[in-house]
Structures are given as structure tokens and as C-alpha cells.
Design a protein. Structure first.
Length: 398
């Protein structure tokens, strides 16, 4: 006989009316994959920024050993001076990246003013932009040389590997008075298929030539950036659609090295272009019209094309999160970063920075930098024998 049968009827009714213990549904946990991805991306960006700042401080030849780019193309480093061009194996013996070649003879400092990093959609690479302030202390004062730098890095396993670096001093592009093209040639080399080269050219050429259809192959999100030779020629985000990289109508591709980032051509979503173009520059006060050799670096990303009809969900990238490395249906190459510059010699650069205080007259041949100080004394970029100055510290300036 059960317990309920032995209880009085009134007590049974009372027990039945008592509510039982209520168990609330447990809250749904946050998606651990999403949180992990966010943490991974933040960690990758932080690691890359640290690598970039450390490279400023050490100023050593880059570590370019990687299987993420074609060995035939290799990496590149384009500097400020006319001969500052290093390609592939030449990077193993890269000298200092800073202009005037005096940073080890003078108290100098490097300041990062605007470091920007943007990851590829498949996290295989990242493109970088920074404004740099290179400071030289002489005669009790500090001279500041503003520089711009763009870079491309590849993700190789758990590390970032530099692919190319392009540094420039912003100034108005002008033809040389002797009519000669100024700056070292870049050996051309292409390993991409002709179809890929055609797509990259279709995205890049209208941007250089101010073509009416340039918006079709140009990214315009916050990750997009274009730099021209002039100090004011800088565009970010949506402003790239109105960029005028180089004045004048004609820009002829002279040299080009085209490579892909990835273990295979089929799985690559990042391409890079390093080369020279010859531009017909218009006349301006003090300079006649003429031709000039300009350095160029471009970064492209393969992305899905946004279709005109948003209802077509099967083809609209807003409804398709697959990487173009997995399925390249309706994918195309778009330009995400571009940098065009004109090299400047040490003598001209020092004259612009130090003016009439400059005593050196042949810096191109390796002459020491000499200035006349305010008190009439001479400041020379030398140090006592056997004394090695400390490398310049890299730091961010708010």
C-alpha cells in the first residue's frame, strides 16, 4: 500500500496543490568558435604590429625564407634613393633601409605615426601602411624627415614573413632637367597565368590612367589605401575612388614582377606587383614637361563580385562566406593597396631638410653629412673609433 493511500483525503489534496520545484532553462553559451576567431585575429594583428615595430628598431636584412611565394619572384625592398632596389636573393645582404645612410653615425630615432594593418579575408596575408618620422640630432637640434612605407606580409604557419617593402619621401614628381629617366630598373618576372595577369592589369591600369571604370577593380572599404608621389597624394577608404596617383594622361608599364601569396596558384587570394612605370608629367613652374620613372607596388585580393540583384542569394557574397580559395566562382581581383613614388637622391633630400646649413656637396659618393651650426661650428656625422652607437629605438607617437 502506498503512502498516499494512508493519508487523509484533505492532506492529499493539499499536497497536490503545492507547486513543484521549477527548473529554469540554462542560458545558451556563447559560440566558442566565434570568440576564438576574434581572439586569433586580434592576436595575429598584435603580433604583426610588433614585428613591424621591431623591424624598425633592428633595421636588419629581412627573413624571407618562406614557401608562401614563388622563389622565382621572391621579395623586394624599394627605398628612398635612386639605387635603393633590392630583389629576391639581394635581400639577404640588405643594408640599412633609412635614407642618407647616417643613422649609425648620429643619434637618431624612429617614430611610427600611423601604423595600419589589414588582414586578407582568408588570413593568408596582411598589407601594412605607416607614416614614419625619422629624426636626426645635429647641432643641438633635431631634424625630422617624414617618410611613408607600405608593406605586404604572408602568414607562414605561426609567423609573419615580409614579402615586399616600399618606402618613399613625399615630393612632387618632376622630370630630370637632363631628360634622363632616374632610378634603378627592376628586373621583370611573372609566374602567374596570363588570365591572372590580365585581371590584375585591368584593375590597376584604370587607377593609374584615371580611367572611367576604375571603381570596378578598386576596393573602397576601410582597408583600401593609395599613395602617390606628392606629399598630399594619399587616400584611404572610400576616398580612393577619387585618387589621382600621378598627373598626366600617359603611364606606361616599364618593369613588373608579379607574384602570388599561397602554396598554390589555385589557392591564392593575394597577388602583388612590384615595378616601374614611365609617366608623362605636365609642365609646372621651374620644370618643363617630360618623362619620369616612378616606382610602383600594388596588392590585390581575390573577392566575390557583388551582383546587381541582391535577391540572387546564391551568388551574392553577402550570403556566401566561402573563401575564393575554396570556390572562386564569381570571384575577381581587386586592388586594395597601391604606392607610387619617385626616388630622391641623398644630396637633394639633405638639401630639402637642412637647407643652407648643409656643407656636404657630394653625399651620393658616401661623403659624411656635415652641417654649419648656429654658432659657426661644424657638426660631422662621425663617432670615435671603436665606438658603435646604439640602434635607433622604434616607438609610436600618439
Amino acid at each position: 500500500m502506498s503512502l498516499l493511500r494512508t493519508l487523509p483525503p484533505a492532506l492529499v489534496v493539499l499536497l497536490a496543490a503545492c507547486p513543484g520545484r521549477q527548473v529554469k532553462d540554462r542560458p545558451v553559451l556563447a559560440d566558442p568558435v566565434s570568440g576564438s576567431d576574434g581572439n586569433v585575429i586580434a592576436a595575429m594583428i598584435a603580433e604583426l604590429q610588433d614585428d613591424v615595430l621591431t623591424s624598425y628598431e633592428r633595421d636588419e636584412p629581412p627573413d624571407v625564407e618562406t614557401g608562401m611565394i614563388p622563389a622565382e619572384i621572391g621579395g623586394a625592398r624599394l627605398g628612398v634613393g635612386p639605387g635603393d632596389v633590392l630583389i629576391a636573393g639581394e635581400l639577404e645582404r640588405a643594408p640599412s633601409r633609412w635614407p642618407l645612410r647616417v643613422e649609425r653615425d648620429l643619434p637618431t630615432a624612429i617614430r611610427s605615426k600611423r601604423l595600419e594593418t589589414h588582414l586578407a579575408q582568408d588570413l593568408s596575408a596582411a598589407w601594412v601602411y605607416d607614416e614614419l618620422s625619422w629624426r636626426i640630432a645635429m647641432c643641438g637640434r633635431t631634424a625630422v624627415i617624414p617618410l611613408r612605407i607600405t608593406m605586404l606580409y604572408a602568414r607562414d604557419g605561426d609567423r609573419w614573413v615580409p614579402i615586399f617593402e616600399h618606402m618613399s619621401f613625399g615630393h612632387t614628381a618632376t622630370p630630370r632637367r637632363d631628360g634622363q629617366l632616374y632610378g634603378t630598373r627592376i628586373p621583370s618576372k611573372v609566374v602567374a597565368t596570363s588570365d591572372i595577369v590580365d585581371e590584375l592589369s585591368a584593375a590597376m591600369s584604370p587607377v593609374l590612367s584615371l580611367g572611367a571604370n576604375r571603381a570596378a577593380g578598386l576596393a573602397s572599404g576601410p582597408e583600401a589605401m593609395l599613395l602617390g608621389p606628392d606629399v598630399a597624394a594619399e587616400w584611404h577608404g572610400l576616398d580612393v575612388l577619387k585618387a589621382q596617383l600621378v598627373p598626366g594622361p600617359a603611364k606606361v608599364v616599364e618593369d613588373r614582377r608579379i607574384g602570388l601569396v599561397g602554396r598554390s596558384v589555385e589557392g591564392s587570394t593575394i597577388a602583388y606587383w612590384v615595378g616601374n612605370v614611365v609617366a608623362d608629367l605636365p609642365a609646372r613652374p621651374g620644370y618643363a614637361a617630360g618623362k619620369a620613372r616612378l616606382r610602383t607596388t600594388f596588392v590585390f585580393e581575390k573577392r566575390r563580385t557583388v551582383v546587381s540583384d541582391p535577391e540572387d542569394k546564391a551568388r551574392d557574397p553577402r550570403h556566401d562566406a566561402r573563401s575564393c580559395a575554396v570556390d572562386d566562382t564569381d570571384c575577381t581581383w581587386v586592388l586594395v593597396q597601391g604606392h607610387v613614388s619617385q626616388p630622391i637622391g641623398d644630396q637633394e633630400l639633405a638639401t630639402r631638410v637642412f637647407g643652407t646649413a648643409l656643407l656636404s656637396s657630394n653625399l651620393e659618393s658616401g661623403e659624411s653629412l656635415q652641417l654649419t651650426c648656429d654658432d659657426g661650428s661644424t657638426s660631422t656625422a662621425t663617432v670615435p673609433a671603436g665606438v658603435l652607437p646604439a640602434p635607433p629605438p622604434a616607438a609610436r607617437t600618439p
